[in-house]
Every structure is written in C-alpha cells, then in structure tokens.
Write a protein that binds this ligand. Structure first.
Ligand code: PFF
Length: 472
C-alpha cells in the first residue's frame, strides 16, 4: 500500500482487499455473534444488510478513493474544500474514519494472540491438557474442559500478554520490512486451503449427533428472536468484516487503476467475505449446538471459536493435527488483516503528522502495546474495570467488549453517516454514480442510490440512538 504506483492488476486489487477483509471478523466474530443473537435471524439480517447497506458503502468508499487518489482524510478534505458551513465541516468524517482502525488494531492483536496460543496449545495433547487445567482451576464446576481451559488462559496475567506481543511483533516486523507482498503471495495459497478445511470440517460436523438441531438454529430464522440488538450487532459486524467506515477501502480505492471495473471488484470482495463468514458459521454453530445445545449457543461470547473448535478436534482420531493446521491458517488470515490495519494507521500518522515511516510505526506500536495490555488485563487484574458502568444496559462490559462496541456500534455508524453525506450532498449522487459506472451497465445502481439517499442515514441514526442506550 505504500507505493504510489498502485495495483498492477484488477486481481491484485481484489486479493489485497479480500486479504484485508477476510480475517478474525469472519472466523472469530461472525460465528459468536450469530450464535448469541439467535442464529438464523441474525444470519438473515446480516445478509440483507450486506446486500444493501454494506454494498452501497463499499462501492462509495472505493469510488471516493479512486476519484481523489487519496486516503480518507485527504479525500474528505479535497471534496469539502471551498464549501461553507455545514458542508465544509463534513471533512471531519475523514478523521473519524481514520481513528477507528487505531482503536481496533490493539484488540485485534489481543485476539490474534489467542489464536497464536491455540496453535501451540493444539500441538500439545489438547484433551489431556484441557482436562488437567480444568481440574486445577475450575474444580467442582460444571464447565466443559475446553471452556475451563480457555477461561484459565484469558484470566491469567502474563501468558495472554506474551502471546499478544508475539502476534503484534510478527505483524510489525512484516510491516517494517515492507514484505507484505510476500505475505500476500503466501496468502493466495493459504486462503483457499483454509476455505477447503472449513468445508471439510462442516461436512464432518454434519455427522455429529444432534447436528441437525444446530443446522436448524443457524439456517432457519426465528422471528421471535429478532430485536433491535440483532440489527445493531449485524450492522457493527458488517462494518468490521467488510472493513468499511474505517478508511481502508477509501485507501484501497486510491490505489486502484482508473480502467479497472470498480463494480465487479466490489462484488467479488462482498461475495468472498460473506461466503467465508457464512462457512465459518456453518462450521461452528452446529457444533456448539451439538455439544452444548441451544442454550450454549445463546450464551456464546468472544471465546466461542476457541472453546468449540478444540472440542471438535478432540472428537476424532488425528484431530490434533487438523487443529494445528486450522489455527495456523486462521493465524494467517488474521495477520493479513492486522498488517493492513497497521498500514492504514502508519499511512495516516505519516501523512498527518508529517513524520517518517519509522517514527509512525513506533508511535503506533506504543499505542497498541498500551491499549492491548490494558485490554488483556481486563480479564484478570483489571477485571473490575467496566468502562461503560454508567449506562445500565452496558454496565457489565469488559474492556475488550467496550473497545469493540465503541468502534463498531458508535464510531463506525458516525463515520458512515459522514461518508453518506459526503456522497449525497457534497459530491452528488449522480456524479459519483457516473464515476462508478464508467461506460458499463451497472445492475445494482438503484440499490446504491436508494440506500445512499434514503436508507443509510435514518438506519444509522437508529443504531446510534440504540447504542447510547436511549432506545431498546
Ligand atoms: N475485516 C477484517 C476482519 O474481518 O477481520 C478486519 C479489518 C482488517 C478491519 C483490516 C479493517 C482493516 F483495515
């Protein structure tokens, strides 16, 4: 992303953007939210939002980047230049879009650290170790061994910090030496393997006793389980997973060549990202239900993939090796996303503070270490810290959940509102549509225009009001 010459081919752009889009959001975040918010109804809400809302914003951000050749701050500034009063102030949207990845990257590295730990955990005999640790710390409780193992790990003080730093270091080294291209090449082979492995695990899970109930939970929407929170959570997930409302797609758009077809590139990213999330849900949710019933699914939290997948791997001979491979592949998917988050931040810091790349990396690393360490300790010595204590609805949220909530359910909707206002009121919907369409036919143009002009802002306002605790 550093070099100004941009992507040399359309497939280069799609792969880079997909590498950034497909990550922990698809494999860690999507399944646990789906399990928690009612299975099928969440899936349906999510799909509807991706095809309308998510699509419109994804196209808009890429177009904004391509039209200006700049990152979010520069692009907003350019379009708002010379505009008076309200329209001129829309430029702060560029800043909001740029701050979000700075909040995400520390806790992304914390979860990346958990994945790294599980690569090692799977290498040792997981079943025996899970049982032993469970007996040590959670003796007398009814917890499944893998749940206890996970709890034991995250609530210890130093181990999660060590793995968090290890994961961060790997990514910083890659970014510092500018070897992202090498990683992307690797990823071209590893991503398809990850997808094949997920499909194979899905098939295996289909034969688990009681898996049918799990498939029903995931695939059959139950309207009784629908609430405001379904939409809020699905919306936050959409931003996180498609990497929108955080400046990244604007930056990618800036590196795209004029002659490349923006519409079909965006279609591919949308399909790819949503496809991987869907498969990850298809793999994990039937297993949760098979092992623990619907209750277990509904009480799912951030540990879901770490608790359920080891149970699956422990249930068949040779599962340990499959487990190691699985977590290594997830680690790669997480790393490509983390690197692109880091790149976005470094790019913003370099440009806005006018400092060297080395200094910008240093500043970003310091930020990650401080916020990331506090996040990890939020499960142990700082577990009494509940940052949103003053809002009754969120009074129990720990530090990681709070960072996740503030970025995905508060700042991203605000950033997306600014992007929409920029598109509709500053640039003009017709002008941007022309840029996107080029001389080709664009079948979903009406979806784009309708969402941008009518749907996005009111919907996001509802999400925001709900997020503040005033609604629902
Ligand atoms: N979309 C990524 C995921 O689903 O894991 C997360 C992400 C990566 C967000 C890179 C933003 C970004 F710049």
């Amino acid at each position: 992303m550093q070099k100004k010459e941009g992507f040399t081919s359309k497939i280069g752009f799609v792969l880079a953007a997909a590498g950034s889009a497909v990550g922990l959001g698809n494999i860690w975040r999507f399944p646990y939210l789906t399990a928690k918010y009612g299975g099928g109804i969440f899936l349906l809400t999510y799909l509807v939002l991706v095809l309308t809302f998510g699509y419109a914003l994804l196209v808009a951000e890429n177009a904004i980047g391509r039209m200006t050749g700049k990152g979010p701050i520069g692009a907003f500034r350019e379009f708002c230049a010379g505009k008076k009063s309200f329209l001129g102030s829309v430029r702060i949207g560029g800043w909001i879009n740029s701050i979000v990845p700075m909040i995400i990257v520390p806790y992304y590295c914390v979860i990346g650290g958990w994945v790294t730990k599980y690569v090692f955990a799977m290498m040792c005999n997981p079943v025996a170790r899970f049982s032993k640790d469970a007996v040590e710390k959670f003796a007398g409780t009814e917890m499944a061994a893998s749940t206890a193992y996970f709890q034991n790990f995250v609530t210890s003080t130093w181990e999660p910090i060590g793995f968090f730093l290890l994961f961060m270091l790997i990514n910083v080294i890659v970014a510092a030496f500018g070897v992202e291209k090498g990683v992307e090449r690797f990823n071209k082979i590893l991503m398809p393997i990850l997808i094949l492995l997920i499909i194979a695990i899905c098939i295996y899970c289909g034969f688990l006793p009681n898996a049918g109930a799990g498939f029903r939970y995931y695939l059959m929407p139950d309207p009784a389980k629908f609430s405001y929170m379904t939409v809020v959570a699905a919306m936050g997930q959409l931003f996180f997973s498609l990497s929108i409302a955080m400046g990244i797609m604007i930056t990618y758009g800036a590196y795209m060549r004029k002659e490349d077809d923006l519409v079909s590139s965006v279609n591919q990213i949308e399909i790819f990202d949503t496809g991987v999330a869907f498969l990850a849900g298809l793999m994990i949710i039937p297993c949760v239900v098979a092992f623990g019933g619907e209750k277990a699914a509904e009480s799912a939290g951030v540990g879901l993939v770490f608790i359920t997948m080891p149970q699956v791997f422990a249930s068949f001979p040779g599962g340990q090796f499959v487990g190691v491979a699985f977590f290594i592949l997830v680690l790669f998917a997480a790393a490509t996303s983390a690197i692109s988050l880091l790149e976005t931040n470094v790019h913003t810091i370099c440009q806005e503070l006018k400092i060297s790349r080395a200094k910008a990396i240093f500043l970003n690393v310091m930020e990650i270490i401080v916020i990331g360490a506090v996040t990890v300790l939020g499960y142990s010595v700082l577990s009494f810290v509940k940052p949103l204590k003053f809002i009754p609805k969120y009074s129990g949220m720990d530090i990681l959940d709070t960072l996740d909530f503030i970025s995905n359910s508060v700042l991203m909707p605000i950033g997306a509102i600014f992007t929409t206002v920029l598109v509709v009121a500053v640039i003009g919907i017709e002008r941007i549509s022309r840029e996107i369409r080029g001389d080709k036919k664009w079948y979903r143009e009406w979806v784009f225009q309708f969402c941008m002009c009518v749907i996005v802002v009111p919907c996001l306002l509802v999400v925001l009001l709900n997020a503040t605790g005033l609604l629902g």
